[in-house]
Design a protein around this ligand. Structure first.
Ligand SMILES: Nc1ncnc2c1ncn2[C@@H]1O[C@H](COP(=O)(O)OP(=O)(O)OP(=O)(O)O)[C@@H](O)[C@H]1O
Ligand SMILES: [Mg+2]
Length: 362
């Protein structure tokens, strides 16, 4: 704080012309006097000044009394008073006398200032503790809400996993029912229809089985899945006289659940076709199954070294059920493309784009 804030505007003024006695008398009543001559400031006088030196000497020594600049800090003025032993000092702005500051003024001010400061600190401490309590209550509330949300999420995950488990079990039940039905007929065509339907159902059951075992419910690791599917299809289409070697080349391609089921049905059909038709009249055969992903495009290939699809069958227009299902699924559900090569057997490649996740309210 600057000292001009404390400079006194009202004080008793004495003039040298009034005489030493009257000034001394005044000083008995007042703690200090300001001495002026013709309205101009000369000096400050305290009772101790008079005691220590004759009045005239005091007046003469005015130039030796320290002067305070109005911009000086309160603390530095107090320090000046301590050093010089003068406890009443004149304050000047430039060369103009603007008042007087006493040690008591400064001490009173400092006490008041400290009290103010303590009051402010106490108020702020109280405010901080109030805000702190509010924050603590909010944190407690959030922690409780978070715990509740986590518990609810866990519960939903368990439910979802349970649903996949049940779907898989129900599909297995349907598959067994088809088995029972197929046992009641000797008609090979009907038996083949039952087997076909059963293998499609099992194809879907394997997907749900993987989801049930997975940490995530929205995607399928195709590598693991294809291994399981091919093992299953090899059992279903087991042919006594033909030795079929499956070669599976799958990098870790992850496909969203919504695309995994159509993708699996296409694979089922293509691998089943190779197993059923490609190696007629042969002793051994090879089926290569691969799946790769580059950027967002998945490329899935089933290649056999069999007898090849007969010339008369056009994969893109054939009305037979299996190839129609492949076409409809690839073009209608996966929004993809089919390529076929007929050299040294049959190679069918399916390409489709991974669907972007739909973000709610996007
Ligand atoms: N990999 C293959 N090698 C040789 N021939 C094939 C191959 N894939 C398909 N074919 C021929 O194409 C025909 C049509 O196949 P498609 O899958 O549509 O019917 P399917 O397999 O005979 O019957 P479904 O699939 O309904 O059980 C087959 O009957 C077979 O002659
Ligand atoms: Mg078929």
């Amino acid at each position: 704080m600057k000292i001009n804030y404390l400079a006194q505007k009202t004080f008793k003024v004495a003039s040298p012309l009034e005489g030493v006695n009257s000034i001394e008398k005044e000083l008995l009543k007042e703690s200090f006097l300001v001495v002026q001559s013709d309205g101009a400031f000369l000096s400050t006088l305290t009772p101790s000044d008079i005691v220590e030196s004759p009045y005239q000497l005091v007046i003469d020594s005015i130039h030796h009394k320290p002067r305070v600049d109005c911009n000086q800090e309160v603390e530095s003025v107090l320090e000046l008073m301590r050093e010089t032993g003068n406890y009443v000092l004149p304050v000047f702005e430039e060369n103009e006398f603007i008042g007087v500051v006493t040690k008591d003024d400064i001490l009173d001010y400092l006490v008041e200032y400290r009290n103010d400061l303590e009051r402010t600190v106490a108020e702020h401490t109280e405010e901080l503790s109030r805000v702190n309590n509010q924050l603590r209550a909010q944190i407690d509330k959030r922690k409780k809400a978070e715990k509740k949300t986590k518990a609810s999420l866990k519960e939903k995950e368990i439910l979802l996993s349970e649903i996949h488990h049940r779907v898989k079990n129900n599909l297995r039940v349907i598959s067994s029912l088809l088995d029972l039905s197929s046992m009641r007929t000797q008609d090979q065509k009907a038996i083949s229809l039952f087997t076909n339907a059963k293998s499609k159902i099992q194809t879907m059951a394997l997907i749900h089985s993987q989801v049930y075992r997975n940490e995530r419910f929205d995607q399928i690791h195709m590598g693991t899945y294809i291994q399981e599917l091919v093992n299953y299809l090899l059992q279903v289409h087991e042919t006594e006289n033909i030795s079929v070697t499956p070669i599976i080349e799958c990098s870790d391609v992850v496909v969203p659940l919504t695309q995994a089921i159509p993708c699996a049905l296409v694979l089922n059909e293509l691998v089943s076709n190779s197993l059923k038709h490609a190696f007629k009249g042969k002793e051994r055969g090879k089926i290569e199954i691969s799946i790769q992903k580059s950027d967002d495009v998945v490329s899935m290939r089933v290649k056999d070294d069999g007898i090849g699809i007969p010339e008369g069958i056009d994969v893109f227009s054939s009305n037979s059920l299996g190839l129609r299902l492949v076409r409809n699924t690839v073009q209608g559900q996966l929004m993809g493309k089919i390529h076929i090569e007929r050299d040294f057997g049959t190679t069918i490649t399916v390409e489709f784009k991974i669907l972007k996740k739909e973000t709610p309210n996007a």
